[in-house]
Design a protein around this ligand. Structure first.
Ligand code: ADP
Length: 532
């Protein structure tokens, strides 16, 4: 919408308010004849005639306002609207009793209506008031000369007192209203300009953000190929050589684990960009048999539960349930929820996957006996990049997009994701998905069918990769190697610790810590003297 300057905006108000005034005039000017019949019964018919003419002129003005001429003469028409009834009243004063007529009160009424409705400046209000007073004087004098009547000073004083006072009040009010309107207009103008500047900056930021996202997406893509070409051959070496020396085996394992970890990070990064690009996240729906699909996913991560001795189980619900979903996206949903459950459940805990029927939907629970989520955090964890413990020293790895992604995918499937959790007791994430009415002819049972090629398999391994948990108090107490000197290695990355230990254990006796506080305590306890 083009912005108007103050003059144009004022003209719009003139036009709009004059049209309201014209309608009021069309109704009330003829209606005033009731008064004439009481005050001047002899002249009532004649006055009615004048009133009707006046109302017809109002109608004509309404029409003129719609024409292009009217649109370019808004002020003239508006002021004519104000003067027309005033002159009609002056004519009545002239024809009735001149200065002795009490119809000057009608002039006050019209002046009030005009000054309230029209956005007059002080100058316009003064000119208008003077025109009213002048017309009154002319009407009174004309009557005096035409009908040779005397002039009673008391009539004049009363009429002038009230008309003058009334004019002064309305002129003052016009002055303040005009000043306030001008101030408001300038403020609005300033806000509008700032708004526009903000919108332009926002658009620039959006464009830059898009370029940045595209750049990150391209780079991430480029990372994936060489990474796959590092991980896959290393995995093949490991699989094809049973009798590898332990050191070689360990080193290959480290290459593969860190490659997978990097690949997972790259995939997470790509995923977070995909969240921004709605058009990319199109679903490719297929009927899925829920029971076998879920079991397949749980099986594929069962090895992750072993190090912490977690019980990972599927509680068989009703079989023969089908949902229409994108298998890749659904795999992400359940993998994320399961991996979180594994990450956030302490040694010996239990993770259960079960499902049951709701109204027209199936409810799938991923339940753990882990650390739980405080109530104050429960709404926030679905925000992108939010982690309850976001510190650099947090126990668990991750970038905080998992649950945001899960929620987005589930909602794209017209489903819902809900959470019930208690601190130190555990969490239950429930995915509700619409049911597929009838048993489909072709359906998918296992996600494995999708990752058939080597690249796909490597991606799947990366998706299922969990960074090993951090050191325990047993690790702190362990002395590794048999050197003459004792070294204390401090690093919050378990794998880096491991690598450094491997490197230095032949020459030194090694103690490990993952943060400064533990390191200091261990150094004092073991009486270490040099610090670097
Ligand atoms: P990430 O796991 O990469 O940090 P998520 O979006 O998957 O990111 O999770 C966000 C946060 O929600 C996690 O950092 C964690 O604090 C909390 N969380 C998620 N799942 C669980 C769970 N099963 N038990 C306890 N906390 C959880």
């Amino acid at each position: 919408m083009p912005t108007l300057n103050f003059e144009q905006e004022t003209n719009q108000i003139y036009r709009k308010h004059a049209i309201i005034g014209l309608w009021l005039g069309i109704i009330f000017v003829p209606f005033g004849n009731l008064l004439d019949r009481f005050v001047y019964p002899d002249l009532a018919n004649l006055i009615l005639f004048v009133r009707v003419i006046c109302a017809l002129c109002f109608l004509l003005m309404l029409f003129l306002f719609k024409t292009s001429w009217g649109k370019s003469h808004v002020r003239f028409l508006s002021i004519s609207w104000a003067m027309l009834p005033a002159w009609a009243i002056c004519w009545m004063i002239y024809r009735s009793e001149g200065f002795a007529s009490s119809y000057w009160a009608g002039l006050m009424l019209v002046l009030a209506a005009v000054c309230i409705l029209l956005p007059y400046t002080l100058k316009e209000a003064i000119v208008h008031s003077l025109l009213f007073l002048g017309s009154y004087i002319v009407a009174g004098l004309l009557h005096h000369f035409k009908y040779a009547t005397s002039i009673d000073a008391s009539h004049l004083v009363i009429a002038f007192f009230f008309l003058g006072l009334n004019s002064a009040i309305y002129c003052t009010s016009c002055y303040f209203r005009h000043a306030a309107r001008l101030r408001e207009f300038n403020l609005r103008d300033e806000v509008g300009q700032k708004n526009q500047a903000l919108t332009e900056s926002y658009e620039k930021l959006l464009a830059m953000d898009k370029v940045k996202s595209e750049f990150i997406a391209n780079i991430s893509h480029e990372f994936r190929t060489p990474l796959t070409l590092i991980i896959s051959p290393a995995e093949r070496l490991l699989q094809k050589n049973d009798a590898l020396p332990p050191k070689v085996y360990e080193t290959l394992r480290m290459i593969i684990d860190n490659g997978l970890r990097l690949l997972k990070l790259v995939n997470d990064l790509l995923e977070s960009i995909r969240l921004d690009q709605e058009d990319v996240a199109q679903l490719s729906l297929r009927p899925i048999r829920l029971s076998s699909f879920l079991k397949g996913i749980v099986n594929s991560v069962s090895h992750l539960a072993l190090p912490n001795n977690l019980k990972l189980k599927v509680e068989q619900g009703r079989d023969g349930i089908f949902v229409n979903a994108d298998p890749h996206q659904m795999e992400k949903v359940f993998l994320n929820l399961l991996m979180n459950a594994i990450k956030f459940t302490e040694k010996g805990g239990t993770i259960t996957v079960c499902w049951h029927m709701g109204q027209g939907e199936v409810l799938i629970d991923i339940q753990d006996t882990g650390i739980g989520i405080p109530e104050s955090e429960q709404a926030k964890i679905f925000d992108r990049f939010y982690q309850i413990d976001g510190s650099a020293t947090r126990r668990f790895q991750g970038v905080g997009i998992g649950l945001a992604l899960v929620k987005e995918i589930v909602e794209k499937h017209n489903g819902t994701l809900s959470l019930h959790s208690e601190v130190d007791k555990g969490s239950r994430f429930t995915v509700a998905l619409p049911l597929l009415g009838q048993k489909p002819e072709n359906f998918l049972s296992h996600i494995e069918e999708l990752g058939a090629n080597e690249m796909g398999a490597t991606f799947q391994s990366a998706e299922r990769f969990l960074v090993p948990s951090k050191l325990t108090s047993n690790d702190h107490n362990a002395l590794i190697g048999r050197g003459n000197y004792t070294l204390l290695i401090v690093d919050d990355e378990n794998t880096m610790q491991h690598f450094l230990v491997e490197l230095l254990a032949e020459k030194y006796t090694i103690i490990q810590a993952e943060d400064g506080e533990t390191a200091l305590a261990l150094a004092l306890e073991k009486n270490l003297t040099w610090f670097f």
